[in-house]
Each structure stands twice: as structure tokens, then as C-alpha cells.
Ligand binder design. Structure first.
Ligand code: AMP
Ligand code: ZN
Length: 116
């Protein structure tokens, strides 16, 4: 999609610090990291969100998750990590190109959600 910021990263039109890439997925450092390790993993194909995946997207979603540990370890989170996929308005997704946040580092990342 031409006006999508993450598609532009895939196409090399805007820069990113890439940490992993293959035919189907790309991983790069979050520009505003919330933890010492904060990587975004995206499908190269534009998928808006988890709310809009098609049955045929299963393999690429699996690949994003299957690569998460390797990426986390390589980036300095050897002892686990958290994966977050914000989805839509309620999930407070800001960038409408599906992405998994991989957050971690040497220390535990903290509580999952602030309780209401
Ligand atoms: P979300 O709220 O789940 O949509 O998260 C979007 C994430 O994208 C935020 O953590 C931003 O810091 C990150 N982000 C936005 N623009 C860029 C960019 N050009 N390069 C890397 N990360 C970005
Ligand atoms: Zn896109």
C-alpha cells in the first residue's frame, strides 16, 4: 500500500534498522523503544491488522511467531520476551500494517496490563 509507513520500510523508501529479513517477513527496531529490546516483526505483504487476516495469511503469521525467539536472543533478550499485537481501535493500534512487538532485554518487562 503506497501510503503505508511499514510498506515504505519494506520497499526501502524510508529507513529502518533491520534485524531480520526473509522472503515473507521483516523485523526492525522500533523507533521509540519501550524496553532495551523492542523489535517490530511485520509481514512484507500489507495486512492491515489481526482483524483483517485471511485464511491464506496463516503461514506468514506463523512465521512471524516462529522467528520471534531467534530475533529476541540475537537482540539481547536471551531469557524470554513478550509479544504484543495491538489490534484496531480498542487495541490502540497506531500503524495500520500488522506488526508484532517483541519486547525484552535482560530484565522482566513488567505487568502485562494496567488493571482498570
Ligand atoms: P502500535 O501502537 O502497535 O501500532 O505500534 C506502532 C509502533 O511503531 C510504535 O511503537 C512506534 O514507535 C513504531 N514506529 C512508528 N514509526 C516507525 C518507524 N518509522 N520505524 C520504526 N518504528 C516505528
Ligand atoms: Zn503496509
Amino acid at each position: 500500500m503506497s501510503d503505508c509507513i511499514f510498506c515504505k520500510i519494506v520497499d526501502g523508501k524510508i529507513p529502518a534498522t533491520k534485524v531480520y529479513e526473509d522472503e515473507d517477513i521483516l523485523a526492525f527496531n522500533d523507533i521509540n523503544p519501550a524496553r532495551p529490546v523492542h523489535v517490530l516483526v511485520i509481514p512484507k505483504k500489507h495486512i492491515t491488522s489481526l482483524a483483517t487476516v485471511a485464511a491464506e495469511d496463516g503461514p506468514v503469521l506463523g512465521r512471524m511467531l516462529a522467528k520471534a525467539n531467534e530475533i529476541a536472543v540475537a537482540q539481547g533478550s536471551p531469557d524470554g520476551f513478550r509479544v504484543i499485537i495491538n489490534t484496531g481501535r480498542v487495541g490502540q493500534q497506531e500503524v495500520p500494517h500488522l506488526h508484532a512487538h517483541i519486547v525484552g532485554g535482560p530484565d522482566p518487562v513488567g505487568p502485562m496490563l494496567k488493571r482498570l
